[in-house]
Write a protein that binds this ligand. Structure first.
Ligand SMILES: [Fe+2]
Length: 289
């Protein structure tokens, strides 16, 4: 069964900047059904899988949950109770599993096409895949990611709320700087932020583009478990943003107050160009120290 992202021309001018919805045809793919995915999870290296049976809220530190590899991984208990508990399983690097590599490559090629059909000269780089399986009514806390992504709903429904990126009243850019530079961060939530959300009624066969560092949260539907997969990637644009944010983080650590992305386009361009050289210099200096 070949995978197809439908309406690839949608998203003109929005990619990496604003979320939008697409459709896909691979919700019924045999390798993405619960029994096949249970086998996949059991076969993946332990450090690639995390789970939670806690009742998460929008305020929970999601990064800490994903980083905590000490959590119970007894899938024989978790998977049968998914319908009645508030459990959450996340697995990363699905593309590293030999049986799933071809499927992931096919989805990556489709995602590439979305960029190319929207007039981008260069496409996506370094695609990596996450699988999320969660109970009815489970909540994925408010957080942001250091990549752009497409999320595909395979089974069940959810409310997916996506927020505009680079708005300091939603997520302060200094937090994005830390996270892009490899630090763990807890994205603060308060209910007043909800007015800025674009909410998708997300069901099997739907896909959404979530741009680089856009805040988002998920509330699963009540009727079924939710299965979704996400492909995370960089583009030329997000790589430049990432370099500027990391540059700013290094400056901030040294007591400077750097201009935020968008405040000075010339400075942004200089930082994006300089960051690879600066980080090589710092690495050499640290090695010699
Ligand atoms: Fe996310």
């Amino acid at each position: 069964m070949s995978v197809i992202i439908l309406d690839k021309e949608k998203g003109q001018g929005l990619l990496d900047h604003k979320s939008f919805e697409l459709k896909h045809n691979f919700a019924q793919h045999p390798m993405l059904q619960l029994d096949s995915l249970k086998k996949l999870i059991e076969e993946l290296p332990r450090h690639q899988v995390t789970s939670s049976s806690d009742d998460l809220s929008l305020k929970t530190d999601f990064d800490a949950i994903l980083r905590d590899k000490s959590r119970s991984l007894n899938f024989d208990e978790i998977i049968p109770s998914l319908m009645t508990s508030k459990s959450y399983i996340a697995a990363s690097g699905i593309e590293t599993h030999p049986r799933y590599k071809q499927l992931c490559d096919e989805i990556t090629n489709e995602a590439r096409e979305v960029y190319l059909k929207n007039g981008r000269k260069t496409s996506i780089k370094g695609a990596t895949y996450w699988l999320f399986i969660a109970s009815p009514n489970a909540i994925t806390p408010f957080h942001f990611d250091r990549f752009s992504n497409f999320i595909f709903q395979i089974r069940g429904s959810k409310e997916l709320a996506v927020f505009p990126n680079f708005q300091n009243n939603i997520i302060d850019q200094s937090l994005c700087e830390q996270y892009c530079d490899g630090k763990s961060v807890h994205t603060p939530w308060n209910d007043n932020l909800d007015q800025f959300a674009h909410k998708y009624d997300f069901k099997s066969g739907d896909a959404v583009h979530i741009p680089f560092t856009s805040g988002h949260y998920v509330k699963n539907g009540a009727e079924d478990i939710s299965i979704s997969i996400s492909v995370f990637f960089h583009t030329e644009q997000t790589q430049n943003w990432s370099r500027i944010l990391r540059f700013n983080h290094r400056l901030r650590k040294r007591g400077f107050l750097p201009a935020k992305i968008g405040e000075n386009k010339i400075l942004d361009a200089i930082k994006a160009q300089l960051f690879p050289l600066v980080s090589i210099y710092i690495r050499i200096r640290n090695r010699l120290a």
